[in-house]
Design a protein around this ligand. Sequence first.
Ligand code: NAD
Ligand code: TDX
Length: 348
Amino acid sequence: MNKNKTILVTGCAGFIGSNFVPYFIDKYENYNVVNLDLLTYAGNLENLKEVENNPRYKFIKGDICNRELVEFIFDEYDVRGVIHFAAESHVDNSIKNPGVFVETNVNGTFTLLDVAKKKWMERPFTYYKEYQECRFHHISTDEVYGTLSDDPKDLFTEDTPYAPNSPYSASKASSDMIVRSYQETYGLNTVITNCSNNYGPKQHDEKFIPIIIRKCLTGENIPIYGDGKNIRDWLYVLDHCKGIDLVYHIGKEANVYNIGGRNERTNLQIVDAITTILDEKVPPKERIDKDSYKELIAFVEDRAGHDRRYAIDATKVENELGWKADENFDSGILKTVDWYLEKYGIVR
Ligand code: NAD
Ligand code: TDX
């Protein structure tokens, strides 16, 4: 690696990180990126083909909970910033197996923070100022705020009290609190972003939108939890990445920024949007004995503790940092469906 400033970005073999890194490396020539990823079931290096041979990118397979390894990386690469994506991220898994969520999301975040504090804050006086400016950016979720009423004026702001309902969101809420404590107690330079549901290329097969597309193409039922009227606030993944870039670079120290697309949809509306596109692009009669993919909808048992509605008030990041989503839902979902059609070898 060259003499550029190096930042440690964790969990880049997953969905958002693998969209973020190519964007970031391409935009900034003065950064090296070290990607620390354990390659759990959710990590896939295929997602990073665009950057794998870039001299400013380095992949290290390892666990964010491994303190010795994290210390080694800080020393070896002179890490001057952290953007922390790595996490267990799927709510359904957290219901079945919560332990690993606490281990990765809470202990892993703690380990990274504690090493950052040691390497940046406990330097000899002459280096102190330079390292003290190094920033730790924690990537979090709107799920920490719990669930909203159906009143459209009811939105998550940065001041909404935390009320996580799943083991996943509770582990993310805990990690947010530990980040806060390192800022308040030790003066570590931190920012937190709490974002709404992302969608786009490279999302893991377990998540709702990839499931809908895959089930249509295989002609299997599309499982809809409960009545399908739960609401999520969907944001195209690259718009989230652009928000992270802004907050990392110009967000105010010790601040939290909510990022969301002002794009609420019920789960049934999501299915409707995707099946409408697929009905046109890949007519079902070519593949399965149905007139429309909509006929595949199947209501199944609800998720335990299923949050009813999420919606972000993004005023702070819009007004303070000038962030705005570039994609609207129609354009974003079209790009997403096209990406999956190419992935499954159906190019239209
Ligand atoms: P993902 O599950 O697709 O990817 C997670 C990545 O972390 C994988 O590459 C995995 O191998 C890695 N990882 C897991 N445990 C690890 C460990 N112990 N050490 C090192 N690496 C490990 O997740 P995602 O959807 O890309 O989410 C990234 C981050 O963004 C998470 O912190 C998540 O909470 C947050 N977030 C996600 C969304 C969303 O809609 N996907 C929305 C808001 C916030
Ligand atoms: O098969 C399904 N059927 C279904 O109806 C699945 C997998 C989901 N759903 C519903 C549950 C939710 O209401 O669709 C909605 C979206 O589900 P997920 O894709 O599992 O996302 P969600 O639980 O909302 O969480 C996501 O957004 C916030 C990410 O997984 C989190 O990591 C992020 O923090």
